[in-house]
Design a protein around this ligand. Sequence first.
Ligand code: NAD
Ligand code: UDP
Length: 312
Amino acid sequence: MSELRILVTGGAGFLGSHLCDRLVETGADVLCLDNFFTGSKANIRHLLDQKNFEIIRHDLVEPIFLEVDQIYNLASPASPVHYQYNPVKTVKTNVMGTINMLGLAKRVKARILQASTSEVYGDPQQHPQEETYWGHVNPIGPRSCYDEGKRVAETLMMDYHRQNKVDIRIARIFNTYGPRMAVSDGRVVSNFIVQALGDNPITIYGDGSQTRSFCYVSDMVEGLVRMMNCDDLTGPVNIGNPREFSIKQLAELVLEITQPKSEIVYKPLPEDDPIQRCPDITLAKERLKWEPVVALQEGLEKVIEYFREVLA
Ligand code: NAD
Ligand code: UDP
């Protein structure tokens, strides 16, 4: 029997490239699709000489005809800086891109996993967030292109499932960090580390009391692969680390590990920035037998090592 053919959209990005690594290791035939908006060839260059890895430069907004068994749909900018750069394109990628992937899944009877996000909860009024919570999202703000784009993507997944029996998985990913985040990514972990390693000021937005829960990339990949291969679980399922930190605590931890000459500077909190975020992962624990194993300090040390090399 031939190997499983797996499509990873957004496969040259931060998360997608780690997922490609993992899938190539299993012997599956891996097809990485990317338009290189925020992804880079450097993230997947080491895979190019593997016989079970291929790359297609393609924009997911355009339809594509492929023959695959599984689809991980990760194509979408994820950093607020990137998704707000061209918000209309962000909506198109999440809506038209997801329709294209669902159409493909329907035609070839592939199983499809959507990389959804904790942003579907908006600025949550329930804490920690359970999958049953409908969220608190501003439909007309600067984050809406991403939040609402991802919410429509979930709607499309459920409608193709109910209407066309497409075999779907919805993973709600919470803040994830690790090596291969771009230096210019703009999200908090890479920003703080790049600033600290350059002895530049650490930019805390607001007073730093807002919280996030940071998941190391290897834990995330494990969760996504388990969900894809779990029968009979459409989701949504929260995948994230339930240890919650304030942004100030994160800054202090980065400073403690890197010992820079940097100071903390405070900048205005961006509009609609969620105040508290932490996943309830009871469902993932029960159904996927999954929970994160990498603590923030250990994960940060690895990413700091990575950025030291990149910036050297
Ligand atoms: P990333 O920006 O590093 O990767 C996104 C990838 O998608 C890039 O390689 C980019 O070039 C590609 N892409 C964007 N638009 C495309 C298009 N129209 N056609 C083809 N490719 C396109 O971000 P990431 O952190 O790796 O995120 C991957 C996925 O996981 C995204 O869907 C994101 O919304 C989701 N997610 C990530 C996090 C996180 O904390 N990392 C949290 C929640 C959800
Ligand atoms: N943040 C910050 N300084 C930065 C970048 C981000 O204080 O240089 C804050 C941001 O305002 C938010 C949190 O860190 O409260 C996480 O931001 P990020 O962009 O990483 O992700 P998201 O807001 O999408 O969770």
